[in-house]
Design a protein around this ligand. Structure first.
Ligand SMILES: Nc1ncnc2c1ncn2[C@@H]1O[C@H](COP(=O)(O)OP(=O)(O)O)[C@@H](O)[C@H]1O
Ligand SMILES: [Mg+2]
Length: 468
């Protein structure tokens, strides 16, 4: 990134020394390559720092009034970006060590060697550029890992983010498909938020959760007395969502007669309340979601083909978690942070065995299930590291579907054997809290053999935090 050629901003240095002779010799050496500022006393130096953007301070220790150590302390309180090199005539290692402890980058002793100081300054400037680059990249990476409330950087998720950015604003009907717990509702909210309707209501209706006979009035509203129980006029969700978005969740479970009414509403952009005679103009963007294969439902005659095409203008399919396992560490980290906050805990990660189990498990309930597992584990955790014991049995039990998984990945027998061996050893180690002697006994191995195996399988001897 920023190198001297492409980034013509010169680094700036503040020289703090009460000896004008020292100031002049620094000027002679540095003025060509750096922007220089000078101060003869501590308070003056702090004033310069509060008004100028300074990369590096060359700081004398022995000065009248406020001494260099005190100035250093104040600089560290003031900001973190400015580095300090302590320049001292006192050839005392103690002073230097103290300065480093206080956060100085390095120290030089007077009389100084020109080459030494030039090399040191160069190193500081390069380090700062690198830090900037790291911070920048970290920021970029963080952006890539999330899309509003959606966590995930798997390529299929990235494609979804790109698509959503493109279509959020155009009012087109969106059909979200995907298994339960894959984040359809979260995504629907993101689409709404990103659209120009974002400041208007987002109204969600779960078509599967409301009895069919009530769903119509829920969606379209009803007039007073239109049926027994309709004691007052009710405004439906279509009207409530005016100007905003209507989320029709589990749209595949809607009865056929209601499907016809929805189709009409979408086509005519108007509705009638149940028992009403007025037509009411509607202005909503519909986002529908289904965990069923709607196309198949059309073939089976349980879903209207015309409504399917009407909804399916922008189809988005959320992948099941088992097809984006590479996102598991990110999601785990995200949910640990979430539930640490919620439960006021300090969980750092998962033990090696628990991590392996999280990877291996098939996650039929997708992200929702993962979130629940981590919520429970964080609540139960007895230390900073969550162990297998704190995971539900069906996850912690050694791979029920391991053989199937191994087949899918296409491992050779040798690879499969070592995979199994590793899982099994981890499992045993977890059980005995990493007591290797005990683990060796249970495994029927000599302790040395176990140690050798651990090394060969790349298993660390201590539990470690899960990292991305
Ligand atoms: N990509 C994701 N990043 C973060 N949380 C997610 C993600 N996908 C799902 N979740 C969480 O999982 C749970 C289920 O998501 P939801 O949108 O209700 O799934 P669906 O509607 O597909 O059944 C919610 O608590 C949601 O916050
Ligand atoms: Mg849902």
């Amino acid at each position: 990134m920023a190198s001297a050629e492409t980034y013509p901003v010169r680094a700036s240095i503040l020289v703090v020394d009460d000896d004008v002779g020292v100031q002049e010799s620094f000027e002679a050496v540095l003025a060509k390559d750096y922007d220089l500022h000078f101060a003869t006393q501590g308070p003056e130096a702090l004033r310069v720092l509060s008004t100028q953007d300074v990369n590096l301070v060359l700081l004398d220790i022995r000065m009248p009034g406020m001494d260099g150590m005190e100035v250093l302390r104040r600089i560290r309180e003031l900001n973190e970006q400015t580095d300090v090199i302590v320049v001292t005539a006192v050839k005392s290692l103690k002073t230097a060590v103290e300065a480093i402890k206080l956060g100085a980058y390095d120290y030089i002793t007077k009389p100084f060697d020109i080459h030494e100081i030039l090399a040191l300054i160069k190193r500081v400037v390069e380090k700062q550029e690198l830090m900037k680059e790291v911070l920048y990249l970290r920021d970029e990476v963080a952006r890539d890992h999330r899309f509003e409330n959606l966590v995930g950087r798997n390529s299929r998720m990235q494609e979804i983010y790109t698509l959503v950015t493109r279509i959020a604003d155009n009012n087109a009907t969106v059909l979200l498909s995907g298994e339960s717990g894959t984040g359809k509702e979260v995504l629907a909210r993101v689409i709404h938020q990103q659209s120009n309707r974002g400041h208007r209501p987002f109204v969600a209706v779960n078509c599967a959760a409301i009895p069919s006979e009530l769903l119509e009035s829920e969606l379209f509203g009803h007039e007073k007395g239109s049926f027994t129980g309709a004691i007052a006029t009710k405004v439906g969700k279509f009207e409530l969502a005016t100007g905003g978005s209507l989320f029709l969740d589990e749209v595949g479970s809607m009865r056929l007669d209601l499907q016809a009414k929805i189709l009409r509403a979408l086509q005519e952009r108007e509705i009638e309340r149940v028992g009403g005679t007025r037509t009411i103009k509607i202005d909503v963007r519909v986002i529908a979601a289904t965990n069923r294969d709607l196309k198949k439902a059309v073939e089976e005659g349980t879903f209207r083909e015309d409504l399917y095409y009407r909804l399916n203008v922008v189809p988005i399919t959320l992948p099941p978690l088992r097809q984006r396992r590479d996102d598991i560490p990110l999601l785990v980290e995200h949910f640990i942070a979430k539930y640490n906050r919620e439960f006021n805990r300090r969980v750092k990660g998962f033990s090696a065995g628990a991590t392996a189990a999280l990877y291996q498990y098939d996650w039929p309930g997708n992200v929702r299930e993962l979130e629940n597992v981590i919520e429970r584990a964080v609540a139960l955790a007895q230390s900073e590291s969550i162990s297998l014991r704190e995971l539900p049995l069906d996850i912690s039990i050694l791979g029920r579907d391991m053989i199937e998984d191994i087949q899918k990945v296409g491992l050779s027998l040798r690879q499969a054997r070592s995979h199994f061996e590793k899982q099994y050893i981890l499992n045993i180690l977890e059980k005995v809290q990493w007591n290797q002697t005990e683990a060796a006994r249970l495994l029927g191995l000599h302790r040395n053999t176990l140690l050798w195996k651990l090394q060969r399988l790349g298993i660390e001897s201590r539990p470690h935090a899960l990292s991305a």
